[in-house]
Design a protein around this ligand. Structure first.
Ligand code: MN
Length: 135
C-alpha cells in the first residue's frame, strides 16, 4: 500500500505526539515533530515531508490560519495536511476540509486504524505532490 514516507507532526500535546510518532515509526514512516507553528514553519522551510499532521489547537495560532499560510505558499500549496483535533464538534469536518485540509481525524486517535487512515487520506489526496509518487 502506498503512503507517506515522511511526516511532520505538529502537536503540542506530548503524550499524543509520542503515540502518533510510535505508530508511524512502527509502520516505517519517518517522523519529525514540532510543538508550535513557528517551529513547524522553520522545519518546512528546511525540508518538505510527504505529509503534515496538524493539531488544530496549537498555542498562539488558529490551526486553520497555519493551513491557509501553507496553501498560499507555492512550495507548500500541494502538501497534504491532515487535521487532528480534540473536542470534536459538529461541523468540524466540513470546516477543516473546506479550510484546505485533505483529511480530518478526531482525537483520541484510533490506534489500530490510525496508519491505515493516514495512508488512505494520503492516497486520496488530490494535492499529493509529484515527488512522492507511488512506491
Ligand atoms: Mn493542542
Amino acid at each position: 500500500m502506498s503512503g507517506p514516507r515522511s511526516v511532520l507532526v505538529v502537536e503540542d500535546d506530548r503524550q499524543n505526539f509520542e503515540l502518533v510518532e510510535f505508530l508511524l515509526e512502527e509502520a516505517g514512516i519517518e517522523v519529525r515533530g514540532a510543538r508550535d507553528p513557528v517551529t513547524a514553519a522553520a522545519m518546512l522551510a528546511d525540508a518538505l515531508p510527504d505529509m503534515v499532521l496538524m493539531d488544530m489547537q496549537l498555542p498562539g495560532v488558529e490551526g486553520l490560519e497555519l493551513v491557509a499560510r501553507l496553501r498560499r505558499d507555492p512550495r507548500t500549496a500541494r502538501l497534504p495536511v491532515v487535521a487532528l483535533t480534540a473536542h470534536a464538534m459538529q461541523g468540524d469536518r466540513e470546516r477543516f476540509l473546506g479550510g484546505g485540509c485533505d483529511g480530518y481525524l478526531a482525537k483520541p486517535i484510533e490506534t489500530a486504524r490510525f496508519v491505515d487512515q493516514i495512508r488512505r487520506i494520503w492516497s486520496e489526496s488530490t494535492r499529493t505532490h509529484p515527488e512522492s509518487g507511488p512506491e
